[in-house]
Design a protein around this ligand. Sequence first.
Ligand code: F0G
Length: 451
Amino acid sequence: MEPWPYRTIIEPFRIKAVEPIPFLHPNERRAALSRAGHNLFKLKAQEVTIDLLTDSGTGSMSASQWAALMEGDESYAGSTSWQELEAVVHRITGFPHVLPVHQGRAAERIMSRTVIPPGAVVLNNTHFDTTRANVEQAGGVAVDLPVAEALRPEVVAPFKGDMDLAALDQALEEHGDKVALVMLTLTNNAAGGQPVSMANIEAVSARCKQAGVPFFLDAARFAENAWFIHVREPGYDTWSVADIARRMFDLSDGCTMSAKKDGIVNIGGLLCTRLDGWAEKFRNELILGEGFTSYGGLAGRDLSAMAVGLTEALDPDYLRYRQRSIAYFAKGLQQVGVPVVQPAGGHAVFIDAGALAPHIPPAQLPGQAVACALYLEGGIRSVEIGSLMFPGSRLELVRLAVPRRVYTQSHVDYVIEIAESLAKRAPSLRGYRIVKEPPFLRHFSAELAPL
Ligand code: F0G
């Protein structure tokens, strides 16, 4: 890999197809937000200027991926697209059993319904919301074991995504045979997109082996996690990112993966394992709900695009740009007085809304107040990760997730400028109350009103 001695981070691509973005009058934004019940999930895409709601399924595909789409083989069984994908996933992960699914939560659902009996315990550094919901839907108990610094946004540490090993030992002892599975979410999305160190993966793997408990990775952002290990963990600067990723997978028994992140596709996912018995159960459940084992709810062309995307995600030039451009975004926000979770995550910048608007109590949803204000001020769509998404949450964050290869530095500069003007009038922001909410995953559809 070539070193990059320059100050300016350039996008490691040039643009072949462009898409216009909408610009609205402030009055139009006010009307749109009100119609959406002050829930940014309910905005129409054409009402959003810069969409940082998620990095999931929102990336730009490369010319090679578009070419692969054309070559997609739509045979029901044994398509060449499937063979390509299976070969790529074997090479990257080493897992003998590879099952395609339509997205990450389908893998979580298959796993929860087959190997998480009612009353079973699943331990994770931090469950993503769909993972938790699927475990709980199966009657399982989802327990989060993040390290203490994960809950302190101002602390700068290289691997705040790690699992708390003492807490893991205690949980394994306390729950004994009831522990059906231990997972590590790479990177730890719900805890600020922070990476997990190889040392932590090794330690968790060793404890699981000793306890006889299967150990899976939530590998949605496996390439970003591998990059952080490459640049931050002593001894790994001489390893290729692909070798680091392979070692992460080698330490585990399997993975769920939303390929909508580091697979750089708009739809797709994987469920992989080296456990023959579990693979058999997964396959049967897959056929019941997702489709045959060589397409898993996807078109052949989707499998082809995923095969190319997974390979591109491990390109060091791309990963360096990805990490450094997000660090640039976080630093820019900080410089204009917007407190952000430290250090910058792998896929997103998290505004510490609790620190930006300390006058708004958690019950009045400070994160939602900041997210709505960012939209009203500049048409920026973000997502609250605080008391609205997770009632009782200890942090009030607003996530600005960065789609892969979509926005350029000037888009980021614009967001920083909008956030600067918002920070200046932060003391005048008002909270929100919930008018209507569903029984679970309430943030997707709740209706809110400003206080
Ligand atoms: N695991 C992690 C760590 C995730 O971030 C997500 C999705 C999933 C699993 C579920 O995957 O959406 O393909 O079903 N995260 C998106 C986000 C939605 O915005 O962070 P999916």
